[in-house]
Design a binder for this molecule. Structure first.
Ligand SMILES: Nc1ncnc2c1ncn2[C@@H]1O[C@H](COP(=O)(O)OP(=O)(O)O)[C@@H](O)[C@H]1O
Ligand SMILES: [Mg+2]
Length: 281
């Protein structure tokens, strides 16, 4: 069986498993179909079929260099300006091809937020960081902004810590607070999706657990895809896990995607089993 056929079978098993638990069928919010990407001559992703459903946290695991970041950046079209970068295949948002024209990409970024390995607050006040995306939408008056800024900070679990210093520079916050601020900045524009690329890898264990707890709190409203090299984190936080690996020519392939519990307890593919049991490489 080809990797693709295998994937489709596993993906439909996943849907069947959900159906047999008498839960409603998941609504797929992000989907890639046969996604290939190249950096010049180097193929970084091959025929990747990923789907992420509403109300679920989808984790992507796999060894360094297997294309996890490339996949997130492809979804958010962040690589479009990299010289020599190109893709083929489909990227769908709520079943519709993601826009590729410049105006469409701006709209796309509003729907699809992103968090990075290192928090990247803008060099401005805490308030202005969270208000940033709202101001781009021309909601400019301070009064119009106060309520959504507070709500976003509440959802990111930061409000109590910063409500008395909203005018201070965001750069004075701790790393964990900065990452939650970036989360608030994303949440403020009410995105449908937040892509997280190893969002806790620069945080201490307590700050990490705080971010994981928040993810569980808003996963019903925002579809989350999290790349993590930490399998324990994937097991703790996610509902569905995708395992990626470098295949022929070092191109990243999605080996298996399944409910997290299944993927860790009953991996379908030998390569997944080798990786999760540490027999990899
Ligand atoms: N801008 C780029 N130009 C050329 N090659 C890149 C670029 N970004 C990533 N790559 C290559 O693509 C492959 C996948 O990288 P990446 O997506 O960062 O993997 P991961 O996030 O899983 O560690 C690696 O071989 C990496 O060197
Ligand atoms: Mg990466």
């Amino acid at each position: 069986m080809s990797a693709e056929a295998f994937h489709i079978e596993v993906a439909s098993d996943m849907v069947a498993a959900v159906a047999s638990d008498a839960e409603p069928l998941p609504e797929i919010v992000v989907e890639t179909r046969g996604l290939d990407t190249w950096y010049g001559d180097f193929q970084a992703l091959r025929k990747v079929n990923l789907s992420a459903a509403k109300g679920r946290i989808t984790a992507i695991i796999g060894p360094s260099g297997c294309g996890k970041s490339t996949l997130l950046r492809a979804i958010n079209r962040m690589n479009d300006l990299v010289p020599g970068y190109r893709t083929s295949g489909e990227i769908l948002l709520e079943g519709v091809p993601a826009p590729t024209d410049p105006a469409g990409v701006i709209a796309l970024r509003r729907r699809v937020g992103m968090l990075f390995q290192r928090p990247n607050p803008f060099p401005m006040s805490i308030f202005d960081n969270v208000a940033y995306g709202l101001r781009l939408e021309r909601r400019r008056s301070r009064r119009d902004l106060e309520e959504p800024v507070e709500r976003a900070l509440q959802r990111a679990g930061l409000w109590e810590e910063v409500k008395d210093r909203l005018e201070r520079s965001a750069l004075g916050l701790s790393g964990g607070q900065q990452q939650r601020l970036c989360l608030a900045r994303s949440l403020a524009v009410e995105p449908q999706v937040i892509l997280m690329d190893e969002p806790t890898s620069s945080l201490d264990p307590i700050a990490t657990l705080r971010v994981e707890e928040l993810m569980r709190e808003f996963r019903d409203e925002v579809t989350i895809i999290i790349v993590t090299h930490n399998m324990q984190q994937a097991a703790r936080v996610s509902d569905v896990t995708a395992f990626m690996l470098m295949g022929e020519g070092r191109a990243g392939e999605l080996v298996e995607i399944n409910r997290t519990r299944e993927l860790f307890n009953r991996p379908q593919d030998r390569r997944t089993e080798d990786y999760i049991t540490g027999r990899f490489g």
